[in-house]
Design a protein around this ligand. Structure first.
Ligand code: GLC
Ligand code: CA
Length: 573
């Protein structure tokens, strides 16, 4: 792992354009809005901006259903706007990473229009996955992630097409070399514009078991599970190696694959240093920590021990073999301060603690818009108030077909809905949080009066300023990027403490995940030594850890240290 790469040392910031900043008052965030915030992002200290999809789309799934890969979504602006944003970003030394959504297209993409009609051959006939039904039934029992069968009958073609997501998101047929060439061409077209990388949407789903067998039905589930036949198939690796050879290897870009249902072993295959596929992947294991069985729909809090076990397994399993991405949040996950922290009286402390816990690990950290100011979940009373297709279809299917009562399902939706992350960015305490001068496309969280960028810019102790310091630390201390990792307290259900080591240096990262004081054991090797505190969410009179804690009366007779509620301390020895 001794090899150093810029993408290992950088910090990425994710923008969900629809909810970031509206420049023209139509209530929808746009590219010019992003351009106006580049100075803010530069000042935060991040290096790369990942934009959720900006290409033309009918927005069945907010841009994750692309109808033209070479054009900009009308609501977001024009290609000129995009070029200007790219140029302005580059001027500031910020890189731009696009969302490559190529497991599927929109059903309004021209390829699909052609494919529907291509009964008797022609170029587009096999661009998608078409199958005859079994009598009156679809080709197999697979259920779509967004409800219903994963197969949709097409009158024109008298066949079914596969859609792992909504019926407006038909899966591309990657078996077809013409499809792959088409995608590589498109990637090259964007690279020629000067973009700096790709986040690849559900990229581990591009290979499908060509036998299309029925899936196992779980409990009350009306459909069979397609995961074993569509995720992490050997073909996915073959295609990624091909993509790498033909396109990625020729550019110094950053790549991250979104990969559902991956183990560390899969991670090493996709992001292994010698595999020539991707730089890193987004695993979901830690995001599934509070699942109910296989389902994300649950309203229970997570278990800290489980979270630590997962994070640690990835930290150690990938070490010197492959590279991790680090994230608590994105446009598909509830807000972390609500989920793993405390969005009540301890919001600020717990947001800083969670940030520290993540940013001091090995891997490339990702910050999702609003995370840097501690934005929280927003809960609605009725399903109609939710915008997200996943929440709506899950409510429908779980209450109508799986026997979950409506009240229970609403509780689960509130807790886990992707809409928690999609409320507009909170810029200031003025109307609509400064997101738009018009009517926002989606509800602004009413807490914007107390949680917003402008206020936090003026407060030295804010979450925002804390993030700036965290990011700056990563730039200054190589141990944060390249050190190894060891979990110190696997048994504790209150603290998350780990140590990083690089050459002679040691970094101790202590996090209290509770609202009470707890004692943390100091590893023997550090007892009696002095370390320098690099960052903490509490003030420490003396910046030397062990001695200071002694003088503040925090060290117990056994050498343990008292941590305040949600306290975090990072100390360099
Ligand atoms: C990814 C995206 C999600 C989208 C899905 C289908 O999981 O992050 O937002 O709905 O893929 O494209
Ligand atoms: Ca707009």
């Amino acid at each position: 792992m001794k090899e150093q790469n810029w993408w290992k040392e950088c910090v990425v910031y994710q923008i969900y354009p629809r909810s970031f900043c509206d420049s023209n008052g139509d209530g929808i965030g746009d590219i010019n809005g992003i351009t106006t915030k580049l100075d803010y992002l530069k000042d935060l200290g991040v290096d790369v901006l990942w934009l959720s999809p900006v290409c033309k789309s009918p927005n069945d799934d907010n841009g994750y259903d692309i109808s033209n890969y070479r054009d900009i979504m009308e609501e977001f602006g024009t290609m000129e706007d995009f070029h200007r944003m790219l140029e302005e970003a580059h001027k500031r030394g910020l890189k731009i990473m696009l969302d490559l959504v190529v497991n599927h297209t929109s059903d309004e993409h021209e390829w699909f229009n052609q494919s529907k009609r291509a009964l008797d051959g022609g170029k587009y006939r096999d661009y998608y996955i078409w199958k005859k039904g079994k009598g009156e039934n679809p080709p197999n029992n697979w259920g779509s992630f967004f409800g219903g069968s994963a197969w949709e009958y097409c009158e024109e073609r008298k066949e079914y097409y596969l859609h792992i997501f909504s019926r407006k998101q038909p899966d591309l047929n990657w078996e077809n070399p013409a499809v792959r060439e088409e995608i590589y061409d498109m990637m090259q077209w964007w690279l020629n514009k000067g973009i700096d990388g790709f986040r690849m949407d559900v990229i581990n789903l591009i290979g499908k078991d060509q036998n299309f067998p029925d899936g196992i039905k779980d409990g009350n589930a009306p459909y069979g599970d397609l995961v074993p036949y569509t995720h992490n198939m050997p073909q996915a690796h073959i295609y990624l190696k091909e993509m790498n050879e033909k396109i990625l290897s020729k550019h110094d870009v950053i790549t991250v694959g979104e990969t559902l249902n991956t183990s560390v072993e899969d991670g090493i295959k996709y992001a292994g240093f010698d595999e020539n596929e991707l730089n890193m992947i987004f695993t979901f294991e830690h995001m599934n920590v509070d699942n109910l069985g296989n389902s994300k729909w649950n309203d229970q809090r997570f278990e800290l021990r489980k979270l630590k076990e997962i994070m640690t397994r990835w930290q150690n399993g990938m070490y010197q073999k492959a590279w991790n991405s680090l994230y608590w949040n994105n446009h598909d996950q509830p807000r972390v301060v609500s989920r793993f922290g405390n969005d009540g009286p301890y919001r600020e402390l717990s947001a800083k603690m969670l940030a520290t816990c993540l940013h001091m690990m090995q891997g490339t950290p990702y910050i999702y818009q609003g995370e840097e100011i501690g934005m929280t979940n927003l809960y609605f009373d009725t399903i109609e108030e939710y915008e997200d297709i996943e929440s709506r279809t899950a409510f429908e299917q779980c209450t109508k077909m799986e026997g979950v009562d409506e009240e229970t399902m609403m509780r689960r939706i509130r807790w886990k809905s992707r809409d928690n992350a999609r409320t507009p960015m909170q810029w200031n305490s003025r109307e609509n949080a400064g997101f738009t001068k018009g009517t926002p496309w989606f509800t602004v969280n009413p807490n914007y009066k107390s949680i917003n960028v402008e206020d936090q810019q003026q407060n030295e102790e804010s979450i925002l300023n804390y993030y700036k310091r965290l990011i700056a630390l990563r730039k200054k201390y190589r141990i944060i990027v390249y050190g190894d990792y060891r979990l110190l307290d696997p048994e504790s259900d209150k603290t998350f403490t780990y140590m990083r080591t690089l050459d002679q240096e040691k970094l101790l990262v202590a996090c209290n995940f509770t609202d009470a004081q707890v004692r943390m054991q100091i590893p023997d090797e550090l007892k009696g030594t002095k370390g320098r505190i690099l960052i903490s969410n509490y003030s420490h009179e003396d910046k030397m850890l062990i001695a200071a804690y002694g003088s503040e009366g925090r060290t117990g007779e056994d050498g343990s240290i008292l941590l305040h509620p949600y306290e975090t301390v990072v100390t360099l020895f």
